[in-house]
Design a protein around this ligand. Structure first.
Ligand code: SF4
Length: 230
C-alpha cells in the first residue's frame, strides 16, 4: 500500500498515511479503512519511521492521516510528527479527528506547535442519514456548532437515502459555513454492501464538476485520489 504521496495541485502538500491504534468508534457503516488499524505498537512505529522519513517539506504543508483520529497515534509517534513539522519548516499541518475527541481539540491543535487544521468527517448534516444510515454517532444542534470547532470537514456523497436536495443542502452548508472541505464520493467496500447510490453520484459528478476550480474544496472522485491507501 502506498503511504506517501505529493499533492501538487490544489492546496499543494505532502500526505502520509500512517497506521494507528483502533478507531475509538469503529462502527461507521461505510468505513473499511479501520482495517488498517492495529494494536501492534512496533508496527505503528515501524510504519511511522519509514514513511515520515520521506517528508521533505517541499510545500511547507503536510497532511497526516491514520485511518482514525490523530489522537490514536501513540504519543511517541505524535512527538516524532511534531519534531518533523519543525525540522522541515511546515507552516500548515492537517490531520483528522473524530467528533468524540472534541473536548481535547484545543489541546491537540496546540500540541503540534504550528498552525493545524483538524478535519472532521461529518459526512452529512442530515441527522438521520448521518447517524441511522452511516452510523456516525455524531450529534449536534446545528452546523454552526461544528463550525465553532473546526473550519475543515469531510462530506460523503452517493449513498442510500441521499436525495439531490439533501446533497445540495450539505454542499451549501459546506460552502457558506466552512473554509475547507473534502467531498468523498462513496466507494463501495466489503463492509458496506447495498449502500451505494450510483444515480446520486452520477448527478453530483455533473452538477458539481465546477468544484474542480474551487480553491479550498477538494473532491475525491475515488477514495485513492490523494495517492495513498487502496
Ligand atoms: S470514526 Fe472515522 S475511522 Fe472511525 S469508523 Fe467512523 S469513519 Fe471509520
Amino acid at each position: 500500500m502506498n503511504r506517501y504521496a505529493v499533492i501538487a495541485g490544489k492546496l499543494p502538500r505532502e500526505i502520509v498515511l500512517l497506521r494507528g491504534l483502533p478507531c475509538i468508534w469503529g462502527r461507521c457503516t461505510f468505513c473499511d479503512y479501520i482495517l488498517d488499524n492495529t494494536t501492534d505498537l512496533n508496527e505503528i512505529r515501524r510504519v511511522a519511521s519509514r514513511e515520515l522519513a520521506k517528508v521533505t517539506g517541499r510545500y511547507s504543508r503536510l497532511e497526516i492521516i491514520n485511518s482514525g483520529s490523530v489522537q490514536e497515534l501513540p504519543i511517541d509517534v505524535r512527538n516524532a510528527v511534531r519534531e518533523l513539522l519543525h525540522d522541515k519548516g511546515i507552516r500548515e499541518f492537517i490531520c483528522e479527528s473524530y467528533w468524540a475527541y472534541q473536548r481535547s481539540f484545543a489541546e491537540t491543535l496546540a500540541f503540534f506547535g504550528v498552525p493545524t487544521r483538524l478535519k472532521i468527517g461529518i459526512e452529512t448534516f442530515d441527522d438521520h442519514l448521518r447517524n441511522d444510515v452511516l452510523g456516525k454517532n455524531i450529534h449536534f444542534e446545528s452546523p454552526a456548532e461544528v463550525a465553532r470547532l473546526t473550519d475543515t470537514i469531510c462530506l460523503l456523497v452517493g449513498f442510500r437515502g441521499q436525495t439531490r436536495d439533501l446533497v445540495r443542502r450539505d454542499m451549501d452548508t459546506l460552502l457558506t459555513q466552512f473554509r475547507f472541505g473534502c467531498v468523498n464520493l462513496f466507494t463501495p467496500n466489503s463492509r458496506s454492501e447495498g449502500l451505494l447510490d450510483a444515480d446520486i453520484q452520477a448527478w453530483f459528478r455533473e452538477a458539481y464538476a465546477w468544484l474542480a476550480e474551487h480553491p479550498t474544496i477538494e473532491v475525491l472522485w475515488e477514495n485513492t485520489d490523494f495517492g495513498v491507501g487502496g
